[in-house]
Design a protein around this ligand. Structure first.
Ligand SMILES: Nc1ncnc2c1ncn2[C@@H]1O[C@H](COP(=O)(O)OS(=O)(=O)O)[C@@H](OP(=O)(O)O)[C@H]1O
Length: 345
């Protein structure tokens, strides 16, 4: 203990004061937080910072009255730790109308997080329960929207009731497209998996093997690619459970022709800040579709996958005309029910 007298009382006092201040700083456990509690990307991955230049930053003490709480719980209390939640919004359909494009475009928004693949909870896996469903969702911060898309919900009879049971105020989105093009797109997908599939015309029209334009050529309304284009029926089912204001119908054609304008409607509907604009898209003339300049997963320009925006086979114009005649009254009913004239020929 010979060294003690070498240190003056004054120096000891300074040392202890410094030590105490250090302890105090640790105990306060201060950290920088984004006041708008925006998102994991900003706080954790440190991406998209440019989007939030205006976000104010403050020191937030994590010191609460309950000293027993650890730092993780305090962060969680301030909603700074992402947790898995049931969806706030669902893309319920319609198959081959542009549902993937809509989801990928929405994912550009920092306040939207979505399950990557189709979950099929309300049609195939409902028996697994809501905990199973929640577990399929990406973690989100408070204020972020959790989403998933499964186009078959649109035509699943029990889906409206089941979705309502999960959350009666969930927001629903459905993309619709000219049912004739939709049917061809649906057929093209099947034909890509089964090259031996008969011609579209032979499946869409019955008794149509001899010459086009024969009076006997009738549309096979039971063939799924045709049946799915009768939008009025499923719409009526959804509207029995949900008010019209809770369902946004998106034009598949406009999503291709003017993605930014359509995404403005979508962001408005979801109560999101208008972050997705023209500057996110470019038109790829080779593909013939709008593509993304960058996204969450890729920093360089890219289009949706090979299976989106396929070229369609040539279809006999007479078969097209038959289908148009078939759909016309159903389309009219759909326009009436939805209150929107999509202007399909
Ligand atoms: N930006 C962009 N890029 C590529 N494709 C686009 C885009 N926007 C809409 N579409 C149209 O989306 C059609 C596929 O629809 P879905 O994504 O709903 O298909 S699926 O039901 O999930 O299989 C797809 O149908 P096909 O053209 O038959 O491939 C496209 O017409």
């Amino acid at each position: 203990m010979k060294w003690i007298p070498a240190v003056s009382k004054r120096t000891m006092f300074i040392y202890f004061t410094l030590l105490f201040l250090l302890y105090l700083f640790y105990a306060l456990n201060s950290c920088l937080v984004d006041e708008k509690q925006f998102n994991i990307k900003y706080l954790i991955l440190k991406r998209h910072i440019s989007n939030y230049k205006s976000a104010t930053v403050r020191f937030a003490s994590l010191l609460g009255l309950d000293w027993s709480e650890n730092k993780y719980r305090r962060l969680k209390k301030q909603n700074l730790v992402p947790v898995k939640r049931l969806p706030d919004a669902l893309i319920i359909g319609v198959k081959k109308c542009g549902t993937r494009a809509l989801l990928e475009f929405l994912r550009l928004h920092p306040d939207v997080r979505a399950a990557g693949s189709e979950v099929h909870f309300f049609d195939k896996f409902y028996h697994k329960g809501f905990e199973w469903y929640r577990d399929r969702m990406p973690p989100t911060l408070e204020g972020q929207i959790t989403m998933e898309k499964t186009p078959s919900y649109w035509v699943t009879r029990s889906a409206p009731k089941r979705v309502y049971a999960m959350n009666p105020s969930v927001k629903l989105l459905a993309v619709v497209r000219d049912p004739v093009t939709r049917a061809i797109s649906d057929y093209t997908q099947s034909a890509s998996k089964r090259p031996s599939l008969p011609r579209f015309e032979d499946l869409a029209l019955v008794n149509s093997t001899v010459g086009w334009g024969g009076a006997w050529s009738v549309v096979d309304a039971s063939w799924p690619p045709v049946r799915l284009g009768v939008y009025a029926r499923p719409l009526r089912r959804w509207l029995r459970r949900f008010p019209r204001s809770r369902l946004l119908l998106i034009s598949g054609e406009r999503l291709v022709a003017d993605p930014a304008a359509e995404m403005a409607r979508v962001q408005e509907f979801l109560g999101l800040k208008h972050v997705i604009t023209e500057k996110h898209f470019y038109f790829n003339s080779t593909k013939g579709f709008p593509c993304l300049l960058k996204s969450e997963s890729r920093p360089t320009p890219h289009c949706l996958g090979k299976t989106k925006g396929r070229s369609h086979p040539h279809i006999d114009p007479v078969a097209i005309e038959r289908l148009r005649d078939f759909y016309r009254p159903f389309n009219e009913r759909f326009y009436q029910l939805s209150g929107i004239n999509f202007g399909w020929p």
